[in-house]
Design a protein around this ligand. Structure first.
Ligand code: DGJ
Length: 302
């Protein structure tokens, strides 16, 4: 699979899983993302919402399409899933207590003014997920977001707020189905979006992008010894041609496989979003707690 391009599933169809995440469950990897497999609405940089797609794989290379895990609503303009709205960056987390899967996504109005999240649940990884609600978490605006499960099993919604100026880490309830009211604000006024997290040997790391719409910009990594502590932006982790624009990509998620951490990127094509590409790049953690993401031309899986 050539990094930076759109990839094919095992049936030869384009993989439609943008802004997504990869999780592992019982020996199978599941990739969830935005299905953008339609033409842009004429003269715009939007594709009507189709839903959240799900793909499965054993080796992170050969992906089988499992269908739409969460489908848009074509009829009810009041529904958060109405196809004329926005549903982006879906993230799925497994809840050990309830033995179910919880999907969170950025749910917005077509003009991105509302700024909220949608939450849905399913007993199986492939869905169909059932929408619980959409809202503004802790009554604050929320645009780019991710879900991070800490080592103690407590999970958090990380979301850009105050029109992307600042980021909130908002704690979830035990069911992972809602925020529980506790949050901290980090990277205040730093204008970061597309956050992706991991933990390694006593340090939490976040890779994020700046805020330039669909256009690529420089990734930065931040780190902190405590998840709810004082996060600090450190440096651009990327190395190689186009390192100043995250290889013309934007962070989507970080997953762990075979004791390595991997960064998923989207390479957006705003004028034809369905052709937007993907990359998966290994993250190297240097002895001084700096990160390096080197460009490689191909993703070979594991
Ligand atoms: C940047 C975000 O990261 C994307 O998910 C998307 O919301 C675009 N902005 C829309 O311009």
């Amino acid at each position: 699979m050539k990094n930076g391009t759109i990839w094919k599933d095992i049936d030869g169809n384009d993989i439609q899983a943008h802004g997504g995440c990869i999780i592992e469950h019982e020996g199978t990897y599941y990739w969830y993302g935005e299905h953008k497999g339609a033409d842009n609405c004429p003269g715009t940089t939007r594709v009507d919402v189709i839903g959240v797609s799900c793909y499965s794989s054993k080796n992170l290379h050969d992906w089988k399409y499992e269908g739409l895990a969460l489908e848009s609503d074509k009829n009810d303009p009041e529904s958060p899933l109405y196809y004329k709205k926005v549903l982006e960056r879906p993230k799925v987390i497994y809840n050990e207590k309830n033995k179910n899967f919880v999907l969170w996504a950025h749910a917005d109005s077509a003009d991105y003014v509302y700024g909220g999240i949608a939450v849905a649940v399913s007993d199986t990884p492939v869905g169909p997920f059932k929408l619980l609600f959409a809202k503004q978490p802790n009554k604050q605006d929320s645009r780019d977001m991710t879900i991070y499960k800490d080592r103690d099993g407590v999970a958090y919604l990380a979301h850009s707020k105050d029109w992307n100026k600042t980021m909130n880490l908002s704690r979830l309830n035990d069911d992972y189905t809602d925020v529980d009211g506790f949050y901290v604000s980090i990277l205040i006024d730093q204008e970061r979006e597309a956050p992706a997290f991991f933990w390694h040997e006593g340090m939490y790391y976040m890779i994020s992008s700046g805020c330039t719409g669909w256009d690529p910009n420089q990734a930065l990594f931040a780190r902190c010894e405590h998840f709810l502590g004082k996060w600090k932006l450190i440096d651009n982790p990327c190395r190689g041609e186009k390192m100043e624009t995250t290889f013309d990509g934007q962070s989507a998620y970080i997953f762990e496989a075979n004791d390595n951490f991997y960064l998923m990127l989207d390479h957006w094509h705003p004028n034809d979003l369905k052709t937007s590409g993907y990359s998966i790049l290994k993250i190297d953690i240097l002895p001084d707690n700096n990160l390096r993401v080197n460009w490689v031309d191909e993703w070979k899986g594991i």
